[in-house]
Design a protein around this ligand. Structure first.
Ligand code: AMP
Length: 421
């Protein structure tokens, strides 16, 4: 499938009611996607049906003396390639804003921000106002690694691009269709009432897979987004019915540095040990969070790295802890696939996406190795690819595909729809 064709078509399908009545000329739309130590951005010429990449770039290594800052044009030619000191996010975002104001790039007519969580009250993609930023910031606990930098970038974008409409696009939005039995956690009602529930994340990635599949979206679809953060989602007729991440992106599948779902007794055991030597409650909470979100997962088990490429190298050298970390990961993904087949009542298609899903041939093979009795059989030759492909065997009842995510294009789609409102 040609991704641009799919998006140009899906842009049309995305908001048919609005598109029938309002024509929008092509405008440069900037997409901002911030991580804990990086700010990625891309710009597209976008109209009713057109999506054309103009440029993309990133500042990476925030908090270090030797970061990177680059911008490439649509053909991949580097227009800026620097190694600046990036002591903090203010310096990092100023580099981006100054470059975009330099006259070398068309000024954005609208900006779309990826936001992991808007908490229990900010559920819709919408125009950003200072009050909305304050509201989202008050829910930092729902995505503590992601929210602080995202709200900082939003405030700066309102200041540095005056008069340009900014829109928030939420990773939780795709999961809004989950039935209550999927989002309701088995906890006392007083906590459910204040928003403790399953939200689900990576929603822009999942939406982008459904949009790329377009009319090929089957009735029963499971998408496994396997990157440094990993999650899996059950989709019926293009809509989310269940997902693995919970209140925060720490839940669900074991990932780079996160536990995923774990016996609550483990957290209580660790908390009691921390509390014995940490009198301040807030400090104890921070230490528990570091245990579950930053030091656990593939990194914690292997003691080597959170990065799958590094783990595969360690396994090749016979490292048993790296082997155990990856086995826990692939086994957990296989278990979630089986449980979501129970939720969906069978399966028509399984899609792998994310850095590991797209590129780690061995992980896909290991995940699917025991799923033959469930109708999932890979073709080893077809699976020997990186990037988009059909990788299931002819005999497989379930089609298995690899499809790269296209979150930025999804954000552009949302921005165009919101501009037309
Ligand atoms: P993401 O968070 O989606 O960027 O994915 C990051 C993860 O993808 C890391 O664990 C990487 O090691 C993994 N990854 C990226 N490229 C490859 C590759 N060629 N082979 C194996 N793993 C890869």
């Amino acid at each position: 499938m040609e991704i641009w064709d799919a998006f140009n078509k899906s842009a049309d399908a995305f908001s048919p009611n609005i598109l029938r009545v309002s024509f929008m000329p092509s405008l440069p739309v900037l997409v901002l996607n911030s991580g804990s130590s990086s700010i990625k951005f891309s710009a597209y010429e976008a109209g009713n049906c057109e999506r054309r990449k103009l440029h993309e770039g990133a500042v990476d290594g925030i908090g270090t003396d030797l970061g990177t800052f680059w911008i490439k044009d649509a053909e991949g030619k580097k227009l800026i390639d620097q190694s600046p000191a990036l002591p903090n996010r203010a310096v990092a975002f100023k580099l981006v804003a100054d470059a975009l104001h330099s006259g070398q790039f068309p000024p954005p007519a609208a900006i779309g921000h990826r936001m992991v969580s808007g908490g229990p009250t900010v559920k819709e993609n919408q125009l950003i106002t200072p009050a909305l930023i304050d509201e989202m910031e008050s829910y930092t606990a729902f995505a503590p690694l992601h929210t602080p930098i995202a709200v900082y970038i939003m405030r700066q974008a309102l200041l540095l691009f005056p008069g340009v409409p900014n829109f928030v696009c939420l990773d939780t939005y795709f999961h809004r269709t989950m039935p209550e039995e999927a989002w309701h956690m088995p906890i006392p009602e007083e906590y459910t009432a204040i928003g403790v529930r399953r939200y689900g994340y990576h929603g822009l990635s999942y939406e982008s897979i459904v949009h790329q599949l377009a009319e090929q979206t089957p009735q029963r679809l499971i998408v496994a987004h396997l990157g440094n953060g990993a999650s899996i989602t059950a989709i019926r007729n293009g809509k989310c019915v269940d997902t693995s991440m919970g209140l925060t992106p720490t839940g669900g599948i074991i990932s780079g540095t996160r536990t995923g779902d774990i016996d609550p007794g483990v957290l209580l055991f660790v908390l009691r040990r921390i509390a014995a030597e940490t009198p301040n409650t807030a400090d104890a909470a921070d230490k528990l969070e570091a245990f579950a979100s930053k030091k656990a997962g593939l990194l914690g088990v292997s003691g080597v790295t959170n990065d799958m490429r590094g783990l595969r190298e360690a396994i090749a050298q016979g490292d048993p802890r790296a082997r155990m970390a990856v086995t826990l990961f692939t086994r957990t993904v296989a278990k979630w696939i089986g449980s979501f087949m129970a939720v969906l009542g069978g399966l028509d298609m399984l899609v792998f996406t994310g850095g590991i899903g797209e590129n780690d041939i061995a992980s896909r093979a290991e995940i699917c190795a025991g799923l033959g009795p469930l109708g999932i059989v890979l073709d080893p030759t077809r699976n020997n690819v990186r990037g988009e492909a059909l990788i299931s065997a002819e005999s497989s009842f379930v089609a298995v595909r690899v499809i790269p995510p296209a979150e930025d294009l999804m954000i552009v789609n949302h921005v165009v729809r919101l501009l037309q409102k």
